[in-house]
Design a protein around this ligand. Structure first.
Ligand code: AOF
Ligand code: ZN
Length: 494
């Protein structure tokens, strides 16, 4: 297996935060490593500009941001037909103390053609979102000896066959001597299907270019080792970050048997999720005509919430949210999904209004988790097509124990759960340590006041050192709103 990342790939400093420099020296004064690299690389970025060797993209200026730099490099490749032996791929930006930002230069022996095919495999994998759970999103492409695409496959749970097998079937004899591009390590075990590594070997494939190892402990490295033992060349690591993100729910679920839990909320800049609550149940509480006086975030941000729901197996709210807002909690992204989004309501005393929209639209996709199951109330809900399950209450006030909720969902093959709870559920989730990541939308509004509803209520963390701390995060813009997507825990961690 070749991990070329450590060849030239030392971590190089940036001139200033968010800048990228692939050589720590300056333009016209490039170091020996860069000079050597420039003999077979199309362009080298130095701290102050492009290295003269590869001419560099016309008009390129120094100190490009990472995204811009990537675009420049790919434009340069498109404009120049020379296919380099090796190319740079800038896959990571790490934070470092002295300069605030560094670029991790990875040099691989993959070609632009490899990148093209692997990108296609990733796209195919992405097209399986919501059709593969509880299994991973996998896409595969096979190129023949001449570098022509001869087969492709996307995994879907109902289709049973793994992506690489579908691609091999389509390629037939043309797979012989070819290359398999795939976002995940081919499997090595007998599950619902036989081991894909064996199918790859039997098809005569000579080379496998994959983004990442399979986080499934039953596979993890064994697939690659089997391929290598049979003489197949294996390259791993291109687009790894993207690939890991695509299968983060699978990674969490397959190793912990609990879903990846994301806490989602939409709030004002001062962290309020609603104006002061109104006492009575109001079925049109949300939206312009409702008691809350309109939505917090814009239509664009709310459309994105539908995409987020689409990527999840379950949505979790407290019954208070149903009483206050009467939401539908469905996936209205318009994309196909294998299983309906499971609408989970935490309702310790079964207060769920029978007239709520969730109850009226239930189709074996509403699960109520309670702590005190009164037989009569339970039967009444069940007769309306709602699943009611009891989980042991551990909190003194009888609210559901969040790790218990996560375990119960894991037992039902739920790999990802989106908490769209109210202030109490948000706090219960944060306090219990069950949250893996957050997706927090902010509108440029300030609600202020003591009575308005905070993002998370309850006791809160008592000191700054106890505060929930995002380990890595990304910012997204949605029109005038923005969102912070960040991790409290690594989904691939232990
Ligand atoms: C998939 N699709 O394309 C690949 C997978 O029960 P099985 O036989 O379907 O095996 C599922 C496991 O196979 C899964 O957990 C993952 O580790 C591995 N690879 N799975 O569902 C695919 N390549
Ligand atoms: Zn497989």
């Amino acid at each position: 297996m070749k991990f070329w990342g450590n060849g030239l790939g030392k971590i190089l400093r940036c001139a200033k935060p968010a800048d990228v420099a692939l050589c720590s020296r300056s333009f016209g004064n490039s170091c020996a490593v860069c000079w050597a690299a420039s003999l077979y690389h199309p362009a080298i970025l130095t701290r102050t500009g492009w290295c003269p060797s590869g001419a560099g993209p016309k008009g390129a200026v120094a100190r490009q941001s990472l995204g811009r730099t990537k675009t420049l490099i790919s434009t340069f490749r498109q404009e120049n037909n020379k296919i380099p032996v090796a190319v740079f791929s800038i896959e990571r930006v790490l934070l470092c103390a002295p300069c605030g930002s560094v670029a991790n230069l990875t040099v691989t022996n993959v070609t632009p053609t490899d990148e093209l095919f692997l990108r296609r495999a990733l796209e195919l994998a992405r097209s399986g979102i919501a059709l593969t759970s509880p299994n991973p999103n996998v896409g595969a492409v096979i190129a023949d000896k001449a570098g022509h695409s001869v087969g492709a496959g996307t995994y879907t749970y109902d289709g049973i066959q793994h992506a690489e097998v579908l691609a091999i079937e389509e390629a037939g004899e043309r797979a012989g001597g070819g290359t398999l591009y795939i976002n995940l390590e081919p499997c090595s075990h007998h599950g619902r299907t036989g081991p894909c590594a064996e199918a790859v070997i039997a098809a005569g494939i000579r080379r496998v270019v994959a983004c990442m190892p399979d986080p499934n402990p039953m596979v993890s490295g064994r697939g690659f080792r089997r391929l290598q033992a049979a003489g197949v060349e294996v390259e791993v690591g291109l687009f790894e970050e993207e690939a890991r993100k695509l299968n983060e729910s699978f990674a969490k679920y397959i190793r912990h048997k609990t879903p990846l839990v994301t806490l989602k909320a939409a709030m004002t800049l001062d962290g309020k999720i609603a104006p002061p609550p109104v006492e009575s149940h109001n079925p049109t509480a949300l939206g312009a005509g409702g008691v809350s006086g309109g939505w917090i975030t814009s239509e664009t941000a709310r459309a994105h919430v539908q995409e987020l729901r689409h990527e999840h197996d379950a949505i979790v709210v407290g019954v208070g949210t149903i009483i206050a807002d009467d939401p539908l909690l469905t996936d209205r992204s318009g994309h196909a999904r294998r299983r309906p989004l499971l609408r989970v309501i935490l309702d310790s005393r079964l207060r769920l209004p029978h007239g709520s929209r969730v109850v009226k639209t239930a189709k074996d996709d509403v699960l109520v988790l309670c702590s005190f199951a009164e037989a009569k109330k339970k039967q009444a809900l069940q007769s309306l097509g709602i699943r009611v399950e009891q989980i042991p209450a551990v909190l003194p006030d009888g609210r559901p124990d969040m790790p218990g909720v996560a375990r119960r969902l894991g037992e039902q093959e739920i790999t990802s759960a989106l908490i769209e709870g109210g202030a109490m559920v948000n706090w219960a989730a944060l306090a219990s340590g069950v949250v893996d990541k957050v997706f927090l939308y902010y509108a440029p509004k300030i609600l202020a006041g003591d009575g308005s509803v905070p993002f998370a209520a309850g006791a809160g963390f008592r000191t700054m050192s106890d505060a929930a701390y995002l380990k890595s995060f990304q910012l997204h813009r949605f029109g005038e709103d923005f969102a912070v997507e960040g991790y409290l825990r690594d989904p691939y961690g232990n």
